[in-house]
Design a protein around this ligand. Structure first.
Ligand code: MG
Length: 337
């Protein structure tokens, strides 16, 4: 098996602005693994908080030698070896995991969900994300989100009530609220959540600082809405520490090294009685379709990264009336365009 890779820049539909910083594109790295003329596609998408860059991903991928593996080798064996090359680099590792699953699926004529014995029934609705922005842009984005049945709203400590109140003048759709660690005090967070529980909100993502496990535990035991860990949980090994401090976890392929570990995290979360959300970064239909293969197993999906860009180079999973629609293609179910 032979790995090749290439940096690529995604153009954003909306300029992303925070304080005096703004950007119109976001970097990723596309991977391909070839075996006997069959090509599997993968992707590393790079949120700044994970610390990876196009350069670090390419440097990591240069160290990977897939010629020592056979297409028949199981994913645990291959991914354990990739994981051991260096610590961190989870998006770079995920880009190999995704391309390998795609290649294996195409080689053995099966979709990834068939490889994992997942039925395509009961795929969840996906939320459509609305970032922190001016009132005018928020109203415009709510209108753009008409095809979606759930909205994911990013908020902070100062603006959460104002934003939710604006949205409630436009729509009564159910909401996911992502506080992104901004609610610094647990009592204040609980008060906010009580207000939100009267506003058709389904869950609260990462209300407090990611290392503050004890206050999250306090909050999860009292909250009328499920508290979902995002930044507090990255990999399977993190679950043990946070399992009784949250009501659920947000799994993202780029945080956890890909499909192989994400699937294990879903099984572990269920064992601990946790709800499961499947999230994403700003990425193409390649990584989104890979994650979507696991979506029949989860309670909540936030797989809209490909909807927020204008130069998607893959066609894959589609959304029908807000619900994820898996196709019958082999591998992760994408075509390069
Ligand atoms: Mg989040």
């Amino acid at each position: 098996m032979k790995l090749t890779f290439q940096p690529y820049n995604l153009n954003l539909k909306h300029t992303f602005s925070i304080a005096n910083f703004s950007r119109t594109s976001t970097p990723i790295v596309l991977t391909q693994i070839e075996h006997n003329g069959i090509v599997g596609y993968g992707e590393a998408s790079l949120p700044q908080y994970l610390g990876e860059t196009q350069e670090s991903v390419c440097a990591f991928l240069q160290k990977v030698n897939l010629s020592e593996f056979d297409i028949q080798d199981d994913m645990d064996k291959i991914m354990q070896s990739i994981d051991a090359i260096d610590k961190n680099n989870t998006a770079a590792k995920a880009s190999i995991d995704i391309a390998l699953y795609d290649l294996k699926g195409k080689f053995f004529n099966r979709s990834v969900r068939e490889m994992l014995n997942i039925t395509a029934k009961n795929t969840p609705f996906t939320s459509y994300t609305i970032g922190i922005d001016s009132e005018q842009i928020i109203r415009q984005k709510v209108k753009e989100a008409t095809p979606y049945t759930i909205l994911k709203i990013k908020v902070n400590r100062e603006n959460w009530k104002k934003i939710v109140d604006i949205i409630r003048t436009e729509t009564q759709k159910p909401l996911f609220i992502d506080a992104n660690q901004s609610w610094i005090c647990k009592e204040e967070a609980l008060e906010n959540i009580h207000y939100l529980s009267t506003k058709n909100v389904l869950l609260i993502e990462q209300p407090l600082e990611k290392h503050n496990i004890s206050d999250h535990r306090w909050l999860s035991q009292r909250s009328p809405l499920p508290i979902i860990a995002d930044e507090s949980v990255q990999r399977l090994s993190d679950l043990e520490l946070i399992k009784d401090a949250f009501n659920g976890i947000n799994i993202k392929l780029m945080k956890c090294t890909g499909i192989n570990e994400a699937y294990k995290m879903i099984l572990s979360a269920r064992k601990y009685g946790l709800k499961v959300m499947l999230g994403c970064m700003t990425e193409t239909s390649c990584a989104i379709s890979a994650a979507a293969q696991l979506s029949p197993l989860v309670d909540f999906a936030d797989l809209d990264g490909n909807l927020l860009i204008t130069n998607d180079c893959f066609r894959g999973v589609e959304i029908a009336e807000g619900r994820i629609l898996l196709n019958n293609k082999n591998g992760i179910g994408v075509d390069k365009i």
